[in-house]
Design a protein around this ligand. Structure first.
Ligand code: ARG
Length: 461
């Protein structure tokens, strides 16, 4: 069955049918399509185009289609052009000639927009819940080692000591912004397009706000040509997914590194690692590597649609059918990666002694020491110079911070008072960073408590 054909003398070639058909992927929209079509049937009834009895028959038929579509074999053997055509054919099988009225004043162009919006609105809600799950796993992991200290890095060189919860809260913030971004995308997705027709507005005076209310949309689109042409809302979704994956990928990279034998401060659980078919000793972080790998793929989905849309003339063009696979792919792999990351976080065991000694054996306290000299009145550039010389001397003579006695330090530079030297211990040094957002122990405890409260607020909404 086709939704067009009168104007043609011959049918499409088989190659063209196979090339252009989208049912094998847009079947994912079947539930959105039946839900949207039910609302449209009610709109037709409000216009008097369907009687109440006709409308009820169509609604029952759509419900039956949605029920049958639960069966994974429902589409076996179907050769319809797309999911919309498929649904209308099924409607005809159930409701007979009456099915021919459902497309009155409606175009597939607006129907695609509506179906995608319904699908993506639900997808956003799923991802938001999964983000919250991961954030709460990160807070649990922070709470398991509230006082642990790790070296923080810049340029992948040990930089300054930080609390383990402070490190994890950095990712908590990234995921909180990702949730914000999804909410913003949701707001632009959540606008009702029906009534736009193919591009010029429907020829029937539908009460568009009533359709919006029916489907739970807070507002209606303002321009019919824009609806036909627009995929910004889909790109917003893909961008939000891309940043989630980008953050997940960086977290994965950190943990792959920190769980190596070279770092060895964390270990990953057996359930999220795999072995080698040849090397019996291996325990590989495949779950994290795959998360990192999927980030490339989801960023590719965003890029694919950006490039597809660029340069299309107004309004709808069939190129836009290529929007769906990237969207489904990005949703599937973003969701899978979020679930995987949560399970990995649940499995992480920190070795606090090992992390602390990585901090202690390095010069992560150098800044604390220089800043203390500055607090004592030494101009900071001079303080920086003095501590720099101390580090150089230590590197040359193979000394770690803990190898210096207070007397030796005082002899090295008289500015090294006992108070200054005390701060070389990372646990003491970080106590100078008690401002909001810093790694001071009180600041971190407060941030952790606030993060928990924010998450509780989110979950109670
Ligand atoms: N399968 C098409 C798509 O996803 C449906 C819209 C077709 N409209 C058209 N004018 N050919 O874009």
């Amino acid at each position: 069955m086709k939704l067009w054909g009168g104007r043609f003398e011959t049918g499409p070639s088989q190659i063209f049918e196979e090339f252009s058909g989208s049912l094998h992927f847009d079947r994912n929209l079947i539930f959105a399509d039946t839900e949207g079509s039910k609302a449209f049937a009610r709109a037709l009834a409000r216009q008097g185009i369907l009687t109440g009895e006709e409308c009820d028959r169509l609604l029952a038929a759509f419900d039956e289609i949605a029920r049958e579509a639960q069966d994974p074999h429902y589409f076996d053997g179907a050769s319809d052009e797309d999911v919309h055509t498929f649904v209308i054919r099924k409607l005809g099988e159930k409701a007979g000639a009456l099915a021919g009225k459902i497309h009155t004043g409606r175009s597939r162009n607006e129907q695609v927009s509506l179906d995608l919006r319904l699908y993506l609105r639900a997808a956003v809600d799923t991802l938001l819940a999964e983000l919250t799950g991961l954030q709460s796993a990160l807070l649990d992991l922070a709470g398991r080692y509230p006082d642990a200290i790790i070296p923080g890095y810049t340029h992948l060189r040990r930089a300054q000591a930080v609390l383990w919860p402070h490190y994890l809260l950095a990712y908590f913030e990234m995921f909180a912004r990702d949730a914000d971004r999804l909410q913003q995308a949701r707001a632009r997705i959540n606008v009702m397009p029906l009534g736009s027709g193919a591009l010029a507005g429907s020829g029937f005076p539908f009460d568009r706000t009533a359709i919006a209310n029916d489907l739970g949309f807070p507002s209606i689109t303002r321009n019919s040509m824009d609806v036909s042409a627009d995929r910004d809302f889909a790109l917003d979704f893909l961008y939000a997914c891309s940043l989630i994956l980008l953050h997940l990928s960086r977290l994965a990279e950190d943990w792959i590194l920190y769980s190596t034998e070279e770092f060895a401060w964390i270990s990953l659980g057996d359930p999220v690692t795999s072995g080698s078919s040849l090397m019996p000793q291996k325990k590989n972080p495949d779950s994290l590597e795959l998360i990192r790998g999927k980030s490339g793929r989801v960023i590719g989905d965003l890029t694919a649609l950006l490039v597809t849309m660029k340069g299309l003339p107004s309004t709808y063009n069939r190129d836009m059918q290529e929007d769906k696979e990237p969207l489904f792919d990005a949703f599937h792999h973003t969701s899978g990666s979020l679930k995987m990351a949560k399970v990995v976080a649940d499995s992480v065991v920190l070795n606090p002694a090992k992390a602390l000694s990585a901090a202690e054996e390095s010069w992560v306290g150098a800044t604390d020491l220089a800043e203390q000299l500055a607090r004592q009145g030494v101009p900071f550039h001079r303080a920086h110079q003095i501590v720099g010389r101390l580090v150089l001397e230590s590197v040359k003579s193979g000394k770690k911070p803990g190898d210096w006695t207070a007397e030796q330090l005082q002899a090295f530079a008289p500015e090294f008072t006992p108070e200054a030297v005390r701060l070389l211990d990372p646990r003491e040094g970080m106590k100078t960073r008690e401002l909001p957002g810093g790694t001071g122990p009180n600041a971190v405890a407060a941030a952790l408590a606030q993060a928990k409260a924010r998450l509780r607020d989110l979950c109670s909404k």
